[in-house]
Design a binder for this molecule. Structure first.
Ligand SMILES: Nc1nc2c(ncn2[C@@H]2O[C@H](COP(=O)(O)OP(=O)(O)OP(=O)(O)O)[C@@H](O)[C@H]2O)c(=O)[nH]1
Ligand SMILES: [Mg+2]
Ligand SMILES: [Zn+2]
Length: 305
C-alpha cells in the first residue's frame, strides 16, 4: 500500500544488524536503515519506509502491528523476536544430527501459543534413520494431530507434497543445525539460493551455516523463512499456563481433573496421570512437559533468593 508520496509499506526479507533487506509493495528489493534505536524490525515484519531525496537507501520509520511473532529470551533475559506474521512453523528433524525431541516439543509449544500450525518434516529419509523408536515418537505426534512427513532434499522424495503444503503460507523452517533446513528450501525453489554445509563428521553437529533469517519467495505463492540452527534460538515459554497450552493432549485431559488449577505433577486424583498410566498420553511427552514446568519453577525460586 502506498501511504503518501514518500512513505510506503514494505516487508522485511532479511536483517543485517541495523540494515534491512526489504521488498516494497511493487515487488522491488532494496535496503533500508532503521530510524533510531528503539525499532527492531524482524523477518516478516511489514514496515513503513520513507524515501529521502538523493539518498540511495530508505529509512524504516515504523513497524505495523504484528499478527504474531516467534521469540526467545536472550542471555540477558530480554525478549528477542526472530520472525513475525507467520502461518506455520515447520520443524525439521534428521539424523545426523541425532534428533532432540524435546526441542521439537518446544517449537510445537511456540506454535500452539502463537495459534498457528506446527508441521514436522523428517529429512534425510534416504539415510533410513527413522527406526522403530522414532516411528513410535512420530506416531504420537500424528495421533495428537500434527502433520508429519518424511522427505529427502537429496533424492527429492516428497518434495512436491511439501511444496503444495506450503503454497500460500508464510512459514518458518526451524530445527537443529545441519538437519537440512536450507537444503529443503533450495529444493523447493529449484536453485541454490541458500548456503548449506556438511555436518562435521567428528561430532555430528551442524556447523551453523545459516547465520541470519531470510524470507524466500516460493515459486507459486507464499514464503518460507530460513532460520539459523537452534543453538542460537530456542523459543521461550514464560509461565506454567503457556507450558500447559504447549501440550494439547495434556491440556485436554487436564480439563477433566478434579481441581481446575491442577498442574498434573503432584496432585492426587489427576486425570492426566490416569491417562498416562493407561498409555493414552506418551511418557516422553509428559517428561518433556515436566521438564519445562520444573524449569519455570526453578527460575522463580532463583528470583526469590
Ligand atoms: N543424505 C542427505 N543429506 C542431506 C539432506 N538434506 C541436507 N543434507 C546435507 O546436510 C547438511 C546440512 O544441510 P543444511 O541445509 O546446511 O542444514 P541447515 O539445517 O540449514 O543447517 P544450519 O544452517 O547450520 O542451521 C549438508 O551437507 C546437506 O547436503 C538429505 O535429504 N539427505
Ligand atoms: Mg541453513
Ligand atoms: Zn491433573
Amino acid at each position: 500500500m502506498k501511504i503518501n508520496s514518500n512513505h510506503t509499506e514494505a516487508q522485511v526479507i532479511s536483517t543485517y544488524s541495523r540494515r534491512m533487506k526489504i521488498r516494497t509493495y511493487d515487488g522491488n528489493i532494496g535496503f533500508a536503515k532503521i530510524l533510531g534505536k528503539q525499532l527492531k524490525p524482524v523477518c516478516g515484519d511489514i514496515v513503513i519506509i520513507k524515501k529521502e531525496e538523493n539518498e540511495p537507501e530508505s529509512i524504516i520509520t515504523d513497524i505495523l502491528p504484528r499478527k504474531n511473532s516467534l521469540s526467545r529470551k536472550n542471555k540477558y533475559k530480554n525478549k528477542e523476536v526472530l520472525a513475525s506474521n507467520l502461518s506455520d512453523i515447520a520443524i525439521i528433524v534428521s539424523n545426523p544430527p541425532s534428533p532432540d525431541w524435546h526441542i521439537v516439543d518446544r517449537y510445537i509449544g511456540a506454535a500452539e501459543n502463537m495459534g498457528i500450525n506446527a508441521f514436522i518434516i523428517c529429512n534425510k529419509d534416504d539415510l533410513q534413520w527413522v527406526d522403530r523408536e522414532n516411528t513410535s515418537i512420530l506416531n504420537t505426534y500424528r495421533n495428537i494431530g500434527y502433520n508429519v512427513i518424511k522427505c529427502s532434499a537429496k533424492t527429492k522424495k516428497n518434495m512436491e507434497n511439501i511444496s503444495k503444503y506450503f503454497e500460500g503460507k508464510t512459514s518458518i523452517f526451524v530445527g537443529q543445525s545441519g538437519v537440512g533446513k536450507s537444503s529443503i528450501i533450495n529444493s523447493l525453489i529449484g536453485f541454490n539460493e541458500l548456503n548449506t554445509q556438511d555436518i562435521s563428521s567428528s561430532n555430528s553437529e551442524g556447523k551453523h551455516t545459516t547465520v541470519n533469517s531470510s524470507l524466500i519467495d516460493l515459486p507459486n505463492s507464499g514464503y518460507v523463512i530460513d532460520s539459523p540452527g537452534v543453538r542460537e534460538f530456542l523459543p521461550n515459554l514464560n509461565n506454567e499456563r503457556q507450558v500447559l497450552k504447549s501440550f494439547i493432549e495434556i491440556h485436554d485431559y487436564g480439563t477433566k481433573c478434579k481441581f481446575n488449577d491442577c498442574t498434573h505433577i503432584k496432585e492426587d486424583d489427576c486425570v492426566v496421570k490416569t491417562a498416562l498410566s493407561e498409555n493414552k498420553i506418551s511418557e516422553r511427552r509428559y517428561g518433556s512437559y515436566k521438564r519445562l514446568i520444573n524449569k519455570i519453577r526453578s527460575s522463580k525460586d532463583q528470583r526469590r533468593y
